[in-house]
Design a binder for this molecule. Sequence first.
Ligand SMILES: C[S@@+](CC[C@H](N)C(=O)[O-])C[C@H]1O[C@@H](n2cnc3c(N)ncnc32)[C@H](O)[C@@H]1O
Length: 262
Amino acid sequence: MSVSELYPSPSSVVSALRAAGCVFAEDEADLLISAARDHRELAAMVERRVVGLPLEHVLGWAEFCGVRVAVDPRVFVPRRRSEFLVARAIALAPPRPVVVDLCCGSGALGAAVLRAAPGELHAADIEPAAVRCARRNVEPVGGRVHEGDLYDPLPAALAGRVDVLIANAPYVPTGEIGLLPPEARDFEPLVALDGGADGLDIQRRVTAGAGRWLAPGGVLLVETSERQAPRTAAAFADHGLCPQIAVQEESDATVVIGTRLR
Ligand SMILES: C[S@@+](CC[C@H](N)C(=O)[O-])C[C@H]1O[C@@H](n2cnc3c(N)ncnc32)[C@H](O)[C@@H]1O
């Protein structure tokens, strides 16, 4: 069978996607058909989606805060719920803010803050694939991306100058990784998901280090789950950050926000 006979019509793409369990098969088919340059590419994209790759990895982009963000294979797909953290960060940013996006993944969150609140942005991640991807999203809007463990790769000159520090760090408890949808479990790296025994290992390290980097009055915003939020907030309080829990029910988003007192 030739490649063009495999998916001769849009409805044949929809059928293949539906048979593979894609709930939004029509919408996905439209996206794949408009992204593919020819039949061969369309067939390859459908095959990758059918074996379970996240749609965003097949397309090479995700929609986030109204723009298309590049998302490379093995890089965490930014979730729409994280737009809530971005909105809160923008609302709290002073004019010309210094912004740091820790555990930046694709860099979608920091880039969205910088687009709405122009200033200085530094993003960082430990995964080389994420760092390469973040450079594609963050550098065109004027930010910089660093590779390394949490705060280690940040320029020392940022200490005490950060107005807005955001982190969507991994927060899935190790024992619950197996319960994640296969798209996440099989195609996003463990380091992007696994937050340790109670899910809060990385968040605790982020909060413990924040005081050195935040400017007086600067804010730390960490995405978490509603269930984990009281413990995330306790970690903030342990490190001198007065915590507030913000929830957006419709997107199932929970963010803990803490201010470094002057
Ligand atoms: C849940 S993903 C979130 C990515 C991005 N913030 C987003 O919301 O799309 C967590 C990210 O944290 C990174 N990460 C995990 N441990 C890290 C560490 N110790 N230092 C820096 N980055 C880390 C992972 O590589 C991954 O990109």
